[in-house]
Design a protein. Structure first.
Length: 330
């Protein structure tokens, strides 16, 4: 396993983070335990969950796994997220969004389900622009003073949201956000336009979910889109891209899913990628991506198939119409 710091923080994590959205739903408790055991055995020390996953079932399964002892909790850097309504008794607060009320209430509820007294990272699952940082940062600061969380993070924030959050945190003498978790992969490269440059400037880390593009880069998207495709049909240009990608993978002798994850793991802007396996075998495939390396020519070929939206080496914006050989290479 490979370990590195998240952004400019002092927190080390494994480059692969175990995503647990399937726990309690597509993946039962027994298989979830097997996956967590395998993850730790292979050196994965970074787990991600959310209170909304399985309406708390994912957190409860992780909590039961921690309760088995053997130093399990001490080995793990743990994220949980909040934003969605969780059936609170007070209906006025039972809405999506952020608030000081939710920070206190949802954090305590997550800690109870997880059978722990603290989190390493407490993450806002989505932004809520209707709520002021004058409300949020003091509430997060109290949670940190109480020892209930070490770091605060965000998910799916825009560059503007990130900059505003950090500006307001600095005014209060706080570190602010340690990282943002966003969708980024070979078919979803829009973060290269604004979010990734903002994260670099702010010294924040980047956690990547959906490294396979919701199954599009799995190698089976044309014939079997998978459970996360929501019935979406591929456009002609997507079928063309994936056909070329399949040929690239066959030439390289590595499955498409492993190539897609390896491309992210070789990006220095990415602190960790989330693997959301439903089986131990799916987790092992992600771990294999750590052993894949690309030549410069292979990177150019990949970025010809999936052109960049982002920055080139000179810091100039490129678009999807620019030749991939001019795109930012990692």
């Amino acid at each position: 396993m490979v370990y590195n710091k998240i952004g400019q923080s002092g927190l080390y994590v494994s480059r692969i983070c175990l995503g647990t959205m399937a726990f309690g739903g597509l993946c039962d408790e027994k298989e979830s335990f097997r996956i967590m055991d395998e993850a730790v055995e292979k050196g994965i020390t970074f787990f991600d969950t959310a209170n909304i996953y399985g309406r708390g079932a994912s957190e409860e399964i992780i909590g039961k796994w921690f309760a088995q002892g053997g130093g399990r909790r001490e080995k793990i850097v743990l994220i949980t997220k909040f934003n969605a309504p969780m059936g609170e008794a007070d209906g006025a607060n039972n809405k999506p969004g952020l608030s000081a009320w939710k920070i206190r209430r949802h954090l305590d509820d997550s800690l109870r389900r997880l059978q722990t007294d603290h989190l390493e990272i407490f993450m806002m699952h989505r932004p809520d622009r209707s709520v002021s940082w004058r409300e949020l940062w003091p509430a997060f600061q109290v949670a940190q003073f109480q020892g209930k969380t070490d770091y605060i993070a965000s998910s799916a924030f825009s560059a503007t949201d990130l900059c505003t959050a950090q500006y307001e945190a600095e005014k209060r003498g706080m570190m602010g956000l340690i990282c943002d978790q966003g969708r980024y992969n070979l078919v979803t490269r829009q973060p290269e336009l604004e979010v990734i440059p903002a994260l670099r400037r702010l010294g924040m880390g980047m956690l990547v979910y959906s490294p396979l593009g919701g199954g599009q880069l799995s190698g089976h998207a044309i014939s079997d889109p998978g459970p996360r495709s929501s019935g979406r049909k591929l456009h002609d240009y997507q079928i063309e891209q994936l056909t070329k990608f399949k040929a690239f993978a066959e030439k390289m002798g590595v499955p498409e899913a492993i190539i897609a994850q390896a491309w992210l793991l070789q990006n220095p802007d990415v602190s960790a990628i989330l693997s959301g396996p439903r089986t131990v075998e799916m987790l092992d495939d992600t771990i294999k991506a750590l052993d894949v390396t690309f030549t410069e020519e292979q990177i150019k070929e990949l970025e010809t198939i999936f052109p960049s939206h982002g920055m080139n080496k000179q810091g100039t914006l490129v678009t999807e119409h620019v030749e991939a050989t001019d795109a930012y290479n990692w």
